[in-house]
Design a protein around this ligand. Structure first.
Ligand SMILES: [Zn+2]
Length: 387
């Protein structure tokens, strides 16, 4: 409330200065004009804390011109940022109803009004306004980006890609990655219904927009594996691991499946060893321990113990307790089970993935964070309670 009042006071001060400057150039000062009366009535409302009535009066009575247009726009934007969207819409709609605005000023007010509609959740109205007046816009990028935001909220990926092409948004560096993910969304939808050829077309588009998008490799691997081509599936998964090594825990079980299906156990082991040197993580360490365990539990214990000294992790301790459990006496087993109860609880208390932008955590990988809506910000959690 106080913020709103302050904003309004600032606005009135700005308007008052403009009004005073205007009066200096008036020659017929004898009779107060209607604008003068409205200004004083508005001040009266304001002093009586009737801010809504004051705002209405000022907005309705004030002439919009080149000098105060920026004040109107700034006030509208300030109200929108404060969450008072209805006031922002009122101000911007008022601007559009005024005559004498240049095409550029009109487009500026339309863009702000569209932002208001988006903030208010009136996506259809925002879309309609932007599409109807897009031709006049001098700032095609701002226009297209807002439309892109609308289609992203509606998860209409095809419309988003079409509008990006119309406004040449693929050339905007920070938008290309987003657009690549839209193509991946469409590719994944096509994969889900078995339309692999169509999926490939979207993946080509996704790759063109962002050559090192790991999600393109992920979907390519999924298609290859569904077509029983495990050699190709493995190649795409390894490519993903090179593009973004932090995602290696995500691909491990699929990659193991590809190697085993092609009877390449030794190659799988070699890859894990290399990975452990270049990008060590708990999941890779445990995959190696599993292989050692097939031959000798003692070797597996020695390996895990040595690794844990360098990179302690709750999951690793859990695994070690499991190994020791088989040799333990009844009494010791009881103690180990109690200890494992604690380590399992500790492990489960930390979700496997977390958004680096906003901290949203979950146990499944999300290419777009459901909270902050950023792409590619969710990664496996590393550290004592993670990888
Ligand atoms: Zn987030």
């Amino acid at each position: 409330m106080m913020d709103g009042l302050l904003l309004l006071l600032l606005f009135v001060a700005a308007v008052g200065i403009g009004w005073w400057l205007g009066r200096r150039y008036q020659h017929q000062l004898q009779q107060p004009s209607i604008a003068d009366e409205n200004y004083y009535r508005g001040l009266n409302y304001l002093l009586n804390h009737e801010t809504d009535a004051a705002l209405d009066l000022f907005i309705d009575s004030l002439e919009v011109n080149n000098h105060n247009l920026a004040t109107h726009l700034a006030l509208g934007n300030a109200f929108r940022r404060k969450g008072e969207v209805d006031k922002a819409i009122h101000i911007h709609q008022n601007l559009l109803n005024r005559e004498g605005l240049t095409h550029q000023q009109l487009a500026q007010a339309q863009l702000e009004l569209a932002h208001d509609f988006v903030t208010a959740g009136l996506l259809d109205r925002a879309e309609q306004l932007l599409l109807e007046s897009a031709g006049f816009s001098p700032d095609k990028q701002a226009w297209g980006t807002l439309l892109l935001d609308i289609y992203q909220r509606e998860k209409d990926w095809q419309k988003a890609l079409d509008i990006a092409q119309r406004f040449h948004l693929q050339n905007v560096p920070n938008l290309a990655a987003r657009l690549s993910h839209y193509a991946c969304e469409l590719a994944q939808d096509a994969v889900d219904v078995g339309h692999f050829d169509q999926a490939q077309q979207y993946l080509v588009q996704g790759h063109k927009l962002m050559a090192d998008n790991p999600r393109v490799a992920m979907i390519q691997a999924t298609i290859a594996m569904q077509q029983q081509n495990f050699d190709k599936g493995g190649r795409f998964l390894r490519q993903l691991g090179q593009q973004d090594p932090s995602l290696i825990p995500l691909i491990l079980s699929d990659l193991a499946h590809c190697y085993v299906a092609d009877s390449q156990q030794q190659e799988w082991q070699n890859w894990l060893h290399t990975c452990m040197q270049d990008h060590p993580c708990t999941s890779v360490m445990l995959a190696l321990a599993d292989i050692l365990r097939q031959q000798s539990d003692v070797d597996a214990v020695a390996f895990v113990t040595q690794e844990l000294r360098q990179r302690p992790s709750v999951r690793g301790f859990n695994y070690l307790i499991d190994l020791y459990m088989q040799w333990a006496t009844d009494h010791a087993r009881e103690s180990l089970e109690a200890l494992q109860g604690l380590t399992v609880a500790l492990e489960q208390s930390k979700p496997a993935y977390q958004c680096k932008q906003c901290g949203y955590a979950s146990n499944t990988m999300q290419w777009q964070c459901p909270t902050c809506h950023q792409w590619d910000t969710t990664k496996p959690v590393y550290g004592l309670r993670g990888e």
